[in-house]
Write a protein that binds this ligand. Structure first.
Ligand code: GLA
Length: 547
């Protein structure tokens, strides 16, 4: 599969990192994984309590839970067409004779989570018109929380012409007010450009209309979803709709393309087939651990198209360990050789690379070219790792002395040991927070996200953070530290008038640490974010954190 050919691919410009921050409900640091009945049953009779319990059983017995799938979710048609006298939603007693709470309890008993569906309108989308949440947000959210619901998919039908953001925000507020962590999946089909507003509102948002079980539907949805790559981040992901893998309308090659592209795009992996009747091949695709690891990578970045010519499409996704996940997709009908380079993938400069084929599991080396013969409608998928990986640090290490696994920044690059000067490399000045200067540190401009590969060797992070004096008292930033995708420190909002804040974080066992600066929700002006950050790494006797 790997060759030494020299073809060059065309690099496309990555979009500028957008400003909208992610919903801070602690959920969905990596894209949701689970099951939803819609693609296999719509509102047919097979959608009932037995099905949902059967799926929960199979999640455990077939290794899907072990592979990372967590949510077992109901779609439309679970309720009766009318609310009861108290205005509450009522589960359909034919489909769910023991009610929804008993079903949620059953799913929870398997160590899984349970999800439900409604619409941000007067009625849901099915022609029978089940009651929607518009005007009933608090009442419905409270009811779901009392049943133990962990996930809401909120659709967009019968919206009465009201503003989408306001309707979705109202339910987001209601979910928050329940005090129960409920993953919030926005489903307005991309119609109002939700990537521009939904980050702080929900945990994911549909970017397109409904998928169907055909190659044409799947690939056109993938193409549409590629355009919004820059907006995905931990807590807030683009959703190109649920999986059709196993439903019978595509070939196994096409289903592998579907699964590969969804993982490459950090999309929710919501199984949409009735696993009670699924073929072994369906389970093999859905439990490919290497592909799932790409989707679930803690950096939470969506892969983007780096070359596209004549239906031969190359995507590259930055991963937390400094590797790239790569898809080579042949959208045409006949075999084709697809070739790209480490340079095009964004990791040029090393003398050799380890290249793992995530479907065949074959591993090889390359001096920088990645190439495969790909059948029509097929995708080859690789994990490409620079062959001379960065050695994990030892001792007390200033993070400004380590290479970045990845770094995004609002203006100009992240600077080492100087402030962010807004433009090119090296245009900053001495780091300074309320008159205290720092010889070592990172000069960022929020929103910013800087990742370091630690390889499990470090024990503590110690840092002073604040808005630099070169913002003249302006600006406001929240500084957050993530250990392998979990937030372990948060400064709260700091303005250009606040003194430096001292943050520490436990890094024991961390593969990656990420330093995230958000704009504190009030725009990016003057958000010069300074990190005087150092890590205390092995050997262990050097672990006194100091001041
Ligand atoms: C819309 C959604 C689908 C599904 C149906 C249910 O079409 O986009 O995913 O939930 O409604 O009626």
């Amino acid at each position: 599969m790997l060759t030494g050919g020299g073809a060059l691919a065309v690099g496309l410009q990555l979009a500028t990192a957008p400003e909208a921050s992610a919903l801070d409900n602690g959920l969905n640091r990596t894209p949701q994984m689970g099951f939803n009945n819609w693609n296999s049953t719509h509102c047919g009779d097979r959608f009932n309590e037995d099905m949902i319990k059967g799926i929960a059983d199979l999640f455990v017995s077939k290794g899907l839970k072990a592979a990372g799938y967590r949510y077992v979710n109901l779609d439309d048609c679970w309720a009766l067409p009318e609310r009861n006298a108290a205005g509450d939603l009522v589960p359909d007693p034919v489909r769910f004779p023991h009610g929804i709470k008993a079903l949620a309890d059953y799913v929870h008993g398997k160590g899984l989570k349970f999800g439900i569906y409604s619409s941000a309108g007067s009625k849901t989308c099915d022609v029978k018109g089940f009651p929607g949440g518009l005007g009933h947000e608090r009442q419905d959210a409270d009811l779901w929380a009392s049943w133990g619901v962990d996930y809401l998919k909120y659709d967009n039908c019968n919206s009465q012409g009201l503003d989408a953001k306001a309707r979705y925000q109202a339910m987001g507020d209601a979910l928050k007010a329940t005090g129960r962590p409920i993953l919030y999946s926005i489903c307005e089909w991309g119609s109002t450009g939700p990537w521009n507003w939904a980050g702080p509102v929900g945990n994911s948002w549909r970017t397109t209309g409904d998928i169907s079980d055909t190659w044409q539907s799947m690939i056109s949805i993938a193409q549409a979803n590629q355009g919004t790559a820059a907006y995905a981040k931990p807590g807030a992901f683009n959703d190109p709709d649920m999986l059709e893998v196993g439903n019978g309308g595509m070939t196994a090659t096409e289903y592998r393309t579907h699964f590969s592209l969804w993982a490459e795009m950090a999309a929710p992996l919501m199984i949409g087939t009735d696993l009670r009747t699924a073929e072994p091949e369906t389970f093999e695709i859905l439990t490919n651990a290497d592909v799932i690891a790409v989707d679930q990578d803690p950096l939470g970045r969506q892969g983007s198209v780096v070359s596209s010519q004549n239906g031969l499409v190359v995507m590259s996704k930055p991963l937390a360990d400094g590797s790239r996940a790569v898809t080579l997709t042949n959208e045409g009908s006949y075999d084709a050789v697809i070739t790209t380079t480490a340079q095009t993938l964004g990791i040029g400069g090393a003398t050799s690379y380890t290249v793992k084929d995530l479907w065949s599991k074959q591993t090889g080396t390359s001096t920088g070219t990645v190439s495969a013969t790909v059948p029509g409608h097929g995708t080859a998928m690789f994990r490409v790792t620079p062959g001379s990986p960065v050695s994990p640090p030892t001792g007390t290490t200033w993070l400004s002395d380590l290479p970045f696994a990845s770094a995004t920044n609002f203006w100009g690059p992240v600077e080492r040991d100087t402030t962010n000067g807004d433009h090119g490399t090296g245009d900053g000045t001495t780091l300074s927070i309320r008159g205290t200067t720092y010889a070592k540190g990172l000069g960022a401009h929020a929103p910013s996200d800087i990742a370091f590969h630690l390889g499990g060797t470090c024990r503590h992070l110690v840092t002073d953070v604040g808005v630099d004096d070169d913002a003249y008292g302006n600006g406001s930033v929240v500084f957050q530290v993530y250990k392998d995708g979990t937030k372990v420190a948060d400064s709260g909002p700091l303005t250009g008038k606040d003194p430096a804040k001292h943050l520490t974080a436990d890094l024991t066992g961390a593969t990656t640490v990420r330093l995230v600066a958000t704009d504190a929700g009030d725009g990016t002006s003057w958000d010069h974010a300074d990190w005087a950050a150092r890590a205390l790494c092995r050997p262990a006797h050097q672990d006194a954190p100091g001041s």
